[in-house]
Design a binder for this molecule. Structure first.
Ligand code: HEC
Length: 736
């Protein structure tokens, strides 16, 4: 496998190269205030490189790496275990991070001591996903921008006090300026935006169901909070791409949102978006067409929001194959020339590489025929783009031979189910018979994305192999308009306010959000009601919306079979979406009386009846891909589940969504495995050089920075029994 391009350097260049090396070496040894800006943006820099030029910690000494400090937010209640996905940033000796409960902390970057904190929910219990914050400055005016719920906050970076001239005394509601009524819709950014001059450019998460809001990209003036421009990711009449939808879809179709973050080419003034699927994720009869800019990398003029180019990675998505991470802005070598490029990781396992200025793929991409949909009304797009290089980093299909053998009966049941699906490989449309999906909606790779080493042109990506099952079921929408009995009303409240965390089917998402199935056996009604009204741990209080509805919500939680059908709750969310999105000027409600289909097993792993994985390992790998050649430098399983490792076989690898980082010290750091470890690898060959046990899973992308003459590596770690709020753990070399 080729790894490097040999370049013959003329002696003049060599000299300046050496002086650059000397400069970097010196600056890595001396405390220098400027070097405290070594990780000042989400994923290291505006290019989302996840790369650090630091090398105090390197291949020779990383085995000595030891805990330097830890920060425990201590903001959980009732011993609920939280897991922060935050990638912290560091500015002039202050580290900014968010906890699982979604509070913002400013810490001394050298000691972990708290300087200030901010509670966006003002005493409410908070929660929700937050992957990081954004910094902006103009002279002495230094600000932190971050989001919680639908609100965008501007705080003074040194004190944590709100910036009063920004919006409404330091905050703006991002519900304002979308399509629906700001009072009833809810858009929730989860990844930080990006700063260009005085603009914060940012996307958001929206519902995944019918009637969702569109994922417009917005740019806010950082001085005033004013909305400066909006890019319609679902084009309006007259805008390019409008023709890829039904005529009125811009009034009702949703999604095509950027929840994963974006990247910026400052010199060119271009911002690069990674857009998600249009809604509904798994059935698109009401959005026939290619559906631009769903699942597209889009380049915009950062100052104006004007469209420059796009590349759609999935046409008319039916698989929830959102682009899950900010594009990596990279420079690679092609035919002996340096080319500025954009590399996009995906959930499908493909890696796309484009010319940065034109969007033209730098490796061949073929439009290949894919299976048609068999579901009435659906028109799957007949072809999909397949990059011929690099090869996918996750498995994209499986056969009987890939089924895991746990026991005879487990194998029989897996085989029987596997054979019952409609399955014709990648891009088999979801079906009423059930379809297998590999990679699943979790990827491939997910929000951790890629880490790019500018010295070698190698991109590092954590991947997972985890098949899921999609099962479409037909639903008559008229039935949604049933009478609101107490129970139904409770269900509707639940779908609106609770399902995001506890799941539409009440199954929760352990360990973050408890299942509410079987609640009656664990908790009496009064206790539950008190939790609902006042909040508890990472769960916010709901007194404001539940007052007067106590009986309804309790009847829904207790009175019927605990597990309601997903179908019913989906229908309620759809109805709520539609009511919220209803715009008085829009007389065109799509398919209100037509049949709809819902994927009632969405996000369900393919597992045996005991919950064991259905596919043979590896389940998680670290990939090193040379972007100059499109070849793999190396690929290794990462993480282990010893209970499933067969004698004499390699480690199993472990699923996980956080990303790696790479350093000039020759190292790749990665958490993101279920075995609760944090690791450092030799970036040249994937050799494990250091690992440490953690109290919880490092469900985050780490960061590394320079502070007070030292290089630190820091990662967010999920909580445990002792410290349920989670940890921020810092590692450094021992004092010489
Ligand atoms: C932002 C996420 C979130 C939302 C929204 C949310 N919850 Fe929770 N809920 C949690 C978490 C986390 C816990 C565990 C809290 C703890 O005790 O630490 C919890 C706990 C509970 C419990 C106690 C369960 C147990 O076994 O201890 C009940 C009951 C509950 N939630 C009901 C609701 C209801 C009803 C709603 C909607 C009105 C709701 N929750 C909305 C996150 C959420």
């Amino acid at each position: 496998m080729t790894r490097f391009h040999q370049t013959i350097m003329p002696s003049v260049k060599l000299k300046s190269f050496l002086s650059l090396v000397t400069f970097l070496f010196l600056s890595a040894c001396q405390p220098d205030i400027n070097n405290d800006r070594t990780w000042s943006v989400y994923k290291a820099d505006a290019e989302s490189s996840s790369y650090s030029p630091l090398k105090q910690i390197n291949k020779d000494n990383v085995h000595l790496l030891q805990p330097a400090w830890k920060f425990i937010p201590n903001d959980s209640r009732n011993n609920r275990i939280g897991s922060s996905e935050c990638n912290p940033i560091v500015i002039d000796g202050i580290l900014y991070t968010t906890s699982a409960r979604h509070r913002l902390y400013a810490l001394n970057a050298g000691t972990g001591e708290i300087i200030w904190s901010h509670d966006p929910f003002e005493g409410g219990e908070g929660g929700g996903i937050n992957r990081g914050v954004t910094y902006w400055e103009d002279g002495e005016d230094k600000r932190i921008l971050y989001t919680a719920g639908d609100r965008l906050f501007a705080l003074h970076a040194l004190t944590g006090k709100p910036v009063i001239p920004f919006g409404d005394s330091g905050k703006v509601s991002m519900n304002i300026g979308l399509r629906g009524d700001p009072a009833t819709i809810s858009v929730i950014p989860t990844s930080p935006g990006i700063v260009y001059r005085d603009l914060l450019i940012i996307g958001a998460e929206v519902s995944e169901l019918y009637g969702a809001e569109p994922g417009y990209i917005r740019a806010y003036n950082i001085r005033s909070g004013k909305l400066e421009w909006t890019f319609h990711t679902i084009p309006h009449p007259g805008e390019p791409g409008y023709e890829t939808w039904p005529r009125d879809a811009w009034k009702y179709a949703g999604g095509a949102n950027d929840w994963a973050g974006m990247s910026l080419d400052k010199k060119r003034g271009m911002v690069f978006l990674a857009l998600g699927s249009p809604t509904y994720d798994f059935y698109g009869a009401d959005r026939k067409g290619q559906n631009l800019y769903g699942n597209s990398v889009v380049a915009l003029n950062a100052q104006t929001g004007a469209y420059i180019w796009h590349f759609q990675t999935v046409h008319h998505d039916l698989w929830d194959y959102d682009l899950p991470a900010p594009p990596n802005l990279v420079t690679l070598e092609k035919d002996g020339k340096k080319v500025d490029a954009v590399a996009q990781t995906t959930k499908s396992g493909f890696l796309f590489v484009f010319d940065r200025e034109t969007g033209v793929p730098l490796f061949p991409v073929e439009e290949r025929p894919v299976p048609p949909s068999l579901v009435p009304g659906e028109e799957a797009w007949p072809t999909q783009p397949f990059p011929l290089k690099p090869k996918p980093y996750s498995r994209q299909s499986m056969t009987d031979a890939d089924l895991m053998y746990h026991s005879p009966s487990s194998y029989d049941s897996l085989l029987k189910r596997f054979r019952s699906f409609r399955y014709e490989g990648l891009f088999t449309p979801p079906d009423t018979r059930g379809t297998l999906m590999l990679p699943g909606t979790r990827g491939g790779s997910n929000w951790g994305g890629g880490a790019f080493d500018p010295a070698t042109g190698i991109l590092y990506v954590k991947s997972s192999d985890s098949p899921e099952i999609e099962l479409l079921q037909k639903i008559e929408t008229e039935k949604t308009a049933g009478s609101k009995s107490g129970y139904n009303q409770g269900m509707s409240l639940y779908t609106k306010h609770c399902a995001a965390c506890h799941g539409r089917d009440k199954n929760g998402d352990e360990p973050n959000f408890p299942s509410l199935v079987g609640l009656s056996a664990r908790m009496d009604r009064e206790t539950a009601l008190e939790k609902i009204m006042k909040g508890s741990g990472r769960m916010p209080g709901f007194a404001a919306v539940m007052q007067g509805n106590e009986e309804a919500i309790i009847s829904y939680l207790y009175d019927k079979a605990d597990r309601i059908s997903r179908k019913e709750s989906y229908l309620l969310e759809i109805r709520e979406n539609k009511l919220a999105a209803k715009d008085s000027s829009s007389e065109s409600e799509p398919s209100d009386t037509a049949a709809l289909y819902l994927n009632i097993t969405a996000y369900g792993h393919f597992r045996d009846p005991e919950g064991r994985p259905a596919i043979k390992p590896p389940w998680g790998e670290l990939n090193a891909i040379d972007l100059n050649t499109g070849e793999y430098a190396w690929k290794i399983p990462v993480g282990n589940h010893p209970e499933y490792q067969k004698p004499g076989e390699p480690i199993t690898g472990s699923e996980g969504y956080g990303g790696p980082i790479v350093t000039a010290g020759g190292l790749v750091f990665l958490g993101s495995t279920h075995d609760k470890k944090f690791r450092a690898f030799d970036k040249d060959n994937g050799k494990l050089l250091w690992e440490i046990d953690l109290p919880g899973v490092a469900n985050a992308t780490p960061c590394t920075y320079w502070s007070g003459g030292k290089q630190y590596v820091v990662t967010s770690v999920a909580g445990d029994k002792e410290n349920p709020s989670g940890y921020l753990l810092a590692f450094a070399l021992p004092q010489q």
